[in-house]
Design a protein around this ligand. Structure first.
Ligand code: SF4
Ligand code: SF4
Length: 249
């Protein structure tokens, strides 16, 4: 399907001549706007299959390009370059090099799921955005996003103790992503909590932070969850024809 929306054409691909006359007709300025021809060098015929094999991407083949996802998207309202409909279009055509032009903003999906409710074809565009961000990471095109770092920290704590301790999650997330702990909003949040929460609750929070208690009979559940995660990661890598991780059996 050709795309004619001018807003979707990158500025560097548009050429306008201040003064131009063609066959005696003055087409100066906007009248002489051309789209620069480009050669796509990086087609990936398996791209749709690869993303459909990742969690969330399963419904991508149902997309009929109505654009309801992009129209309802929270991030698109702030940044028009964030365009789920367009990315699904590129993925289905295997236009990998085109998608890579936006690789650093795909992760910005905030999982509000407005697109999911708006989609008439049950594509689950939110899931497709997550699968696409995951695909970009697995392929080595992007570093793990802050969202992926947060998920990793959260999961590691659950694996270790069967619980999470919010303060530790935040601290370690900030360290993993190279952010300072003394962010003004965080300082204000902590000060507000200290002022409002009962002393007994604060003491229990402090105790949990130091002692890191485990959920009861956690080791059996942990083994099951870890096995599932290992299998899932191995399946994701197989779907993308990537070599197994060193820790895989
Ligand atoms: S879930 Fe993501 S893609 Fe969907 S509307 Fe929200 S921000 Fe946009
Ligand atoms: S709303 Fe659904 S069918 Fe429409 S473009 Fe988005 S993903 Fe495709």
């Amino acid at each position: 399907m050709p795309i004619h929306e001018k807003s979707l054409i990158r500025k560097e691909d548009l050429v306008t001549h201040e003064r131009l006359t063609l066959e005696g007709v003055d087409v100066s300025g906007d009248w002489s706007t051309f789209i620069q021809p480009r050669v796509l060098t990086n087609y990936n015929e398996r791209m749709e299959q690869e993303i459909a094999a990742l969690p969330g991407g399963e419904g991508i083949h149902r997309c009929w390009q109505c654009g309801s996802c992009t129209n309802s998207c929270t991030v698109n309202a702030i940044n028009p370059d964030f365009n789920p409909r367009y990315w699904i279009y590129l993925i289905r055509l295997g236009m990998e090099s085109e998608l890579l032009r936006d690789k650093d903003i795909v992760w910005q999906c905030v999982s509000c799921n407005k697109c999911t409710y708006a989609c008439p074809r049950d594509v689950n565009p939110e899931g497709v955005m997550k699968a696409t961000a995951h695909w970009l990471e697995l392929k080595g095109y992007t570093k793990p996003s802050p969202a992926a770092e947060f998920d990793a920290e959260f999961s590691e704590q659950v694996f270790a103790t069967g619980r999470i301790e919010e303060g530790r999650v935040l601290r370690n997330f900030f360290t993993r992503t190279g952010q300072k702990l003394n962010q003004p909003w965080l300082v204000a949040l902590v000060q507000g909590l200290v002022r409002r929460l009962p002393l007994g609750y604060l003491l229990r929070l402090g105790q949990a932070a130091v002692l890191r208690p485990r959920a009861r009979r956690w080791s059996g559940a942990r083994a099951g969850i870890e096995e599932y995660v290992r299998e899932r990661r191995a399946a994701d890598r197989r779907a993308l024809a990537l070599a197994p991780e060193e820790t895989e059996p």
